[in-house]
Design a protein around this ligand. Structure first.
Ligand code: PLP
Length: 382
């Protein structure tokens, strides 16, 4: 038999469990899908107009590798409002947060390097690390509220000596955010250990509390923190593919090098759109956030009424109820809800081992769809 020519690292990963389940959903006629992390709002009008203008002005050529300066300056200004300090030359504009993550991992990982990844978490972290031949070490989150168990984390760091620690707040899939107390405890660990933190803050614009906390707010550990973020969720522009990475001078040039050979630059037209968005469309962002809070409250109440145990999410647009009262296996439970109620939610196991016993519902869908979906689930479970 011919030996496979596919690299063993590629062979070791699978397509995302979210997509896998979505592919099952499209085969069920009349199913309501609450599976994707894609806001249902149109891109703000101002951004659309700015992009059309940019096309008419023929701004269709390569930009500088790191992204247009106006955009990096606007990102720097926005981050300052969150007490996060990066200058324009410490920012690289990427093709969505996805490319940003891959660039950062590629810049830092040698084969066998250990990377601490939370579970449950966004599945790309584990796949990127596997693709690069790194070694994944999971740290479990507390069952009660998906916060970090600091004594366990500290022990793992001491025993395993990982090179990287991935943080992901506001969280996909749990909707948890980083509290001030957790941020401060993390700071103590990062300051004292030889570790670099990659903090994925893709949903930072969707934090439902008054204050936003990030490990990137401490200036004295700047050399140990790298931020990945983007505009897919913030401006509801998942298909326009603009993200960014922030890192101190110690790392940013290497990250830009990787980025250059991956993609040269992020799409020029979309970059001009985001510049306009950051200058003039923050009201749209606030509006979307307000709508997500209403939906969050609605979905939470419906789940409680049906009898699910569930945490009230404090950010992003996902809710992560426990299914343990109804079943022991997430995948079987989600398949049964899909079959009987024609509603699709993603099995928690799509987000790693720590997701068993849960399902992820995305409430980035219209109120009408949410109402119909929960009426259906209620009929099947009550
Ligand atoms: N990080 C998290 C936590 C996400 O949920 C996503 C997308 O869903 C990404 C990164 C990737 O974002 P993008 O679509 O901008 O590549």
């Amino acid at each position: 038999m011919e030996k496979s020519k596919i690299s063993s690292n590629v062979d070791s990963i699978e397509i995302s469990g979210i997509r896998k389940f979505y592919n099952k959903v499209v085969k069920v006629e009349g199913a309501i899908s609450l599976t994707l992390g894609q806001p249902d709002f149109p891109v703000p009008e101002g951004i659309k107009k700015a992009m059309i203008e940019a096309i008419n002005e023929n701004k269709t050529v390569y930009t500088s590798n790191a992204g247009i300066l106006e955009l990096r300056q606007e990102i720097s200004n926005m981050l300052k409002t969150q007490d996060i300090g990066y200058d324009s030359d410490e920012i690289c504009v990427t093709v969505g947060g996805s490319e940003g993550l891959m660039d950062v991992f590629s810049t830092l990982i040698n084969p066998k390097d250990k990377v601490l990844i939370p579970t449950p978490a966004y599945p790309a972290y584990e796949s990127c690390v596997k693709l690069l031949g790194g070694e994944i070490i999971n740290y479990n989150l507390n069952e009660s509220d998906f916060s970090i168990d600091f004594s366990k984390l500290q022990n793992i760091i001491k025993q395993q000596n990982p090179k990287l620690l991935v943080l992901s707040y506001p969280s996909n899939p749990t909707g948890a955010i980083l509290s001030k107390e957790a941020r401060d405890k993390l700071y103590e660990i990062v300051k004292n250990e030889d570790i670099i933190v990659i903090t994925d803050e893709m949903y930072s614009s969707l934090c439902f509390e008054d204050n936003y906390y990030s490990i990137a707010q401490f200036k004295d550990i700047k050399d140990k923190v790298i931020v990945v973020n983007g505009f897919s969720k913030m401006f509801s522009m998942t298909g326009l593919r603009i993200g960014y990475v922030c890192a101190s001078n110690k790392y940013i040039d290497s990250i830009i090098k990787v980025h250059q050979y991956n993609v040269s630059c992020a799409p020029s037209i979309a970059q001009y759109g985001v510049v306009h968005g950051l200058r003039h469309c923050m009201k749209d962002v606030e509006y979307m956030k307000g709508e997500f809070i209403k939906r969050r409250d609605y979905v939470y109440e419906r789940l409680i009424k049906i009898g699910f145990e569930v945490q009230l999410p404090k950010g992003a647009f996902y809710i992560f109820p426990s299914i343990k009262k109804f079943a022991s296996n997430s995948e079987e439970f989600c398949e049964s809800i899909l079959r009987k109620a024609k509603v699709a939610a993603v099995p928690g196991t799509a987000f790693g081992k720590g997701g068993e016993g849960y399902m992820r519902i995305s409430y980035a869908y219209s109120q009408k769809q949410l109402e119909e979906a929960f009426d259906r689930i209620e009929r099947v479970l009550l």
